[in-house]
Write a protein that binds this ligand. Structure first.
Ligand code: 5AD
Ligand code: FES
Length: 348
């Protein structure tokens, strides 16, 4: 399989058949080989610099009912909360002082935050922090809404496609949601000039190799600036409460393939990866990831934004996570930088 890994690095593309082979004919050696190649490509493009994003989880109300997600509307055990504009600005101030130059506003699909409220929030943050990038991660909206946020100053948007296979999508979501709508949102976001992030969960229930092949082909075609992947982890109050988690090995291998296929992509070593293994994020970086996204939410709400069980860092102050991550990155020869960390085109 090394020849396919070499080919992916050289040509940044493979056929469906080749992806299927690469994903089925796995061995320890080829996994490690892919990860080493991806680590090299990350260094060629981004050097030893790791970008940080301050994640502000501003609401855990959600109108959706995704079967895997801990903040789904049917979860009566979730204690719901919303942050005010003032709360959010306090998070930004703390983050700015810690060297964050990207803020990610993430939340459930919560109708309380009307477009008017969101536009005022976006304008407010960009007015105080014109040198920072603002990323939204608030789900599926209309083209008009996406345009309004963009015009208000939002720079980036994260919306994982979750799975590129419609049949698989229907097994993870209730009938009122569709993968097609989601993929269409992603295309609109790109058209509106957002740096756009897609992505999927590794080892989500019912995921097959064919689904993953579709994920890779879809991502190649979409050509997003960012890709977020992390292991699926069960949440106790969801229909998938007794499902196995995605594995470390699979996540690292897919991170590596993504770095080889999309050399410039902004690729986070996610909190979910850090949750399934104590060195998950470090291993992620050494497999091609170049972004970490510590939590900036107030400690008082951290435990309430539980998408899955066992989430790390829910008791730590933002500053603790910031310094913890600096130490962790330095231990593997990398360095967190004070930088917006925009998408970069290759310097090779
Ligand atoms: N395990 C891992 N990731 C999850 N997400 C939601 N629920 C889970 C879970 N149980 C991911 C989804 C979503 C992102 C915000 O978090 O991919 O897009
Ligand atoms: Fe949060 Fe290490 S990153 S405690």
């Amino acid at each position: 399989m090394k020849h396919l890994i070499d080919k992916l690095r050289r040509e940044q593309d493979l056929s469906a058949e080749e992806f299927r082979m690469l994903l089925t004919e796995r061995s320890k050696e080829t996994d490690l080989y892919a990860r080493e190649q991806a680590d090299q490509v990350r260094q060629q493009v981004y050097g030893n610099e790791i970008y940080v994003r301050g994640l502000i989880e501003f609401t855990n109300y959600c109108k959706n009912d995704c079967y895997y997600c801990g903040i789904r509307r049917s979860n009566r055990n979730a204690q719901r909360y919303r942050l005010t504009e003032e709360d959010i600005l306090v998070c930004c101030r703390e983050g700015y002082e810690l060297g964050f130059r990207t803020f990610v506003l993430q939340g459930g699909e919560d109708g309380y935050y009307t477009d008017e409220k969101l536009v005022s929030l976006i304008r407010g943050i960009k007015e105080i922090y014109p040198d920072c990038a603002l990323t939204l991660s608030i789900g599926e909206k209309s083209e008009e809404s996406y345009r309004a946020y963009r015009e208000a100053g939002a720079d980036r948007y994260l919306l994982r496609h979750e799975t590129a296979c419609e049949e698989h999508y229907r097994k993870l979501h209730p009938a009122e949601m569709s993968g097609e709508n989601r993929r269409n949102c992603l295309r609109i976001l790109k058209k509106l000039g957002y740096q756009t992030g897609a992505g999927f969960m590794v080892g989500s229930p019912f995921q097959t190799v064919d689904d993953l092949v579709e994920d890779f082909l879809f991502l190649k075609e979409l050509d997003p600036e960012m890709v977020g992947i992390g292991p699926f982890i069960a949440h106790q109050d969801t229909p998938f409460h007794d499902r196995e988690s995605g594995t470390l090995e699979d996540t690292l291998f897919y991170l590596a393939l993504l770095r080889l296929m999309l050399p410039n992509v902004l690729l986070p070593a996610t909190t979910a990866l850090g949750t399934i293994h104590p060195k998950g994020r470090e291993l992620g970086v050494r497999s091609g990831a170049n972004v970490v996204m510590p939590n900036l939410s107030p400690v008082s709400v951290r435990k309430k934004y539980m998408l899955y069980d066992g989430k790390i860092c829910t008791g730590d102050e933002a500053a603790e996570c910031r310094y913890c991550l600096s130490r962790r990155m330095e231990a593997i020869g990398c360095q967190i930088v004070t930088d917006r960390g925009d998408y970069r085109t290759v310097h090779r």
